[in-house]
Design a protein around this ligand. Structure first.
Ligand code: 5GP
Ligand code: MG
Length: 175
């Protein structure tokens, strides 16, 4: 791993594992007797989703959605596109969206609107991290791993220009 500035572990793999465990307990409880459809928001949420679903004792289904809003920038362009839509029928399903980070909220609120139009029985959001200080659109978060300050984070699926997704801990590139 090569960082240009000195990297700092911001959230360790141990802390992540504990949060994943806690969230899985809540989801197992809330969705008992249900067959939820989990939707992993690519690419950033792949590692979180993989860890989370291994702790879910539910007859769940998994699908993926890919959105684009950022390009190579760190800031949201404010324009969101569905690059790869959900293939599984949504109507009447208990849908749980799995996100890596809710920052301005623009991306996820676009996705939630897109999914709502498909008439799910229920629609909830689970995010590993939440950066509320940057919010521009209100977002209802049902399951939250960590609240993070206004710093750019990478690792555990989160990238900077497509790099650092493979790091097992979460780092911040700023002081
Ligand atoms: P929003 O539309 O909420 O501003 O942006 C959400 C998306 O922006 C996330 O799914 C993620 O791809 C990216 N993003 C926002 N903040 C960060 C951050 O601190 N680190 C990384 N790696 N991506 C971020
Ligand atoms: Mg994301």
């Amino acid at each position: 791993m090569v960082f240009q500035t000195q990297p700092k572990i911001f959230i360790s793999r141990g802390e992540i594992a504990k949060a994943v465990n806690r969230l899985a307990c809540e989801i197992n409880k809330d969705y008992q007797d249900k067959q939820p459809l989990l939707i992993c928001v690519l690419k950033g949420s792949f590692m979180f989703t993989a860890d989370l679903i291994r702790q879910l004792d539910l007859p769940l289904e998994l699908d993926f959605v890919r959105l684009s809003s950022y390009g190579a920038a760190r800031e949201s362009s404010g324009k969101v596109r569905v690059v790869q839509g959900v293939k599984t029928p949504i109507k009447g399903r208990d849908v749980l969206v799995i996100e890596d980070i809710v920052d301005t909220g623009i991306t996820i609120s676009f996705l939630l609107d897109y999914l709502k139009k498909k008439q799910p029985a229920s629609l909830k959001l689970c995010t590993l991290t939440d950066k509320p200080s940057r919010r521009r659109v209100p977002v209802p978060i049902d399951y939250r791993g960590f609240t993070v300050p206004n710093k750019f984070i990478v690792g555990y699926g989160l990238d900077l220009n497509q790099r650092f997704r493979n790091l097992p801990d979460i780092y911040t590139l700023e002081d």
